[in-house]
Design a binder for this molecule. Structure first.
Ligand code: BTN
Length: 332
């Protein structure tokens, strides 16, 4: 672990000031190295205070690399950028350099990418992040990481007071059942008819052999503190849903911690599908899925490893591995 991250963890673990010599001893580094780490953190905007008794972390560590890393219970280093083309691109670059276990986080993206080569609008105020890992799992299980990210994002949104659900395969939405219950509620209505307003999307990219993942980048885009008017039709944001801005630092940390927990091991991955089912708005609904092999229409009854939607159609049961899913009104 690098000294700055270790120093942040040590400060997070202690409510009272921690002296330079005590830090040097607990981290197993020189006092000069502690001082250098403190200076580095301050340069990155993390205001470590000096008191006569020692160093103290700021009350609000801020939305920055060290701020997000402060007290983070997940095995990632955090690379923060105010503005970047795409956090997924940056994470792929880091993968090319042999890196792993890095979360790239940005305030604004100027060239961000969505699924199916679509543009993704990512102005300042969102939570735009990509997690680079090298999990020791067969390539066939890789889709579980996307589902895990959807679960983690949903949990972080709920933690922030927003009742989010997952639409297969990996859209995090607000609304849906509510839309049908009260079509007259203009603020809740779903203008796209696709099952709610979109809060977040996920784009996973990977490289690997047939039987092993080489690297995996899971990119999550969350409309956090953004006016929905500036977003594409059908989108919403955490701030619009809560009526107040969300603490992005806490939100990002919750998301990363939950993702790390769900993907920690093969055994942990076994828990992803049950968690996904619990948070899904798609199951039990009539759906139309546009796939590369044509349209599949019917009732979504389950999700199966590694993330296929199981649909009961007039022609029998189908498993759909990829496609654009639309929730239909029962009459449709
Ligand atoms: C979707 O189409 O629903 C997926 C959108 C994914 C957007 C995120 S924002 C962070 C990461 N960087 C990118 O360029 N894309 C993903």
């Amino acid at each position: 672990m690098d000294t700055r991250r270790a120093l942040l963890d040590a400060l997070a673990a202690d409510d009272s000031p921690v002296s330079g010599p005590a830090l040097a001893e607990s981290l197993g580094v020189s006092r000069a190295a502690v001082w250098k780490a403190v200076e580095g953190l301050r340069e990155e905007g993390f205001a470590v205070e000096s008191t006569p008794e020692g160093y103290v972390a700021p009350d609000d560590p801020g939305y920055s690399g060290p701020g997000i890393a402060f007290g983070l219970d997940a095995p990632y280093s955090v690379e923060y950028r105010g503005r970047i083309g795409s956090t997924n691109e940056r994470a792929r670059e880091l993968a090319g350099d042999g890196k792993s276990d890095v979360a790239v986080v940005a305030d604004e993206q100027t060239g961000s990418r969505g699924r199916l080569d679509r543009e993704w609008v990512a102005p300042s105020g969102g939570v735009w992040l990509s997690v680079l890992t090298r999990p020791d799992v067969p390539t066939a299980r890789a889709p579980l990481f996307t589902l895990a990210a959807a679960v983690a994002t949903t949990d972080a949104a709920r933690h922030a007071g927003v009742d989010a659900r997952i639409k297969w395969p990996n859209d995090v939405l607000v609304g849906d059942e509510a839309d049908e219950a009260d079509e007259s509620d203009a603020d809740n209505a779903d203008p796209t008819g696709r099952g709610g307003r979109k809060l977040a999307g996920i784009l996973t990219e990977m490289e690997g052999e047939a039987d092993r993942v080489g690297w995996l980048v899971v990119g999550v885009g969350v409309n956090a503190n953004i006016d929905p008017e500036t977003l594409p039709a059908g989108a919403t944001s955490l701030s619009a849903q809560r009526g107040a801005p969300v603490d992005r630092r806490r939100f990002a940390a919750t998301l990363l911690e939950r993702y790390a927990e769900l993907t920690a091991s093969s055994g942990a991955l076994d828990g992803v599908l049950p968690a996904w089912r619990d948070r899904a708005s798609t199951l039990g609904r009539r759906v139309r899925v546009d796939t590369a092999d044509g349209v599949v229409e019917g009732t979504a009854v389950d999700v199966a490893e590694p993330g296929a939607l199981v649909v009961d159609t007039d022609e029998g049961r189908r498993r759909v591995h990829a496609g654009d899913c639309e929730h239909l009104r029962d009459a449709e």
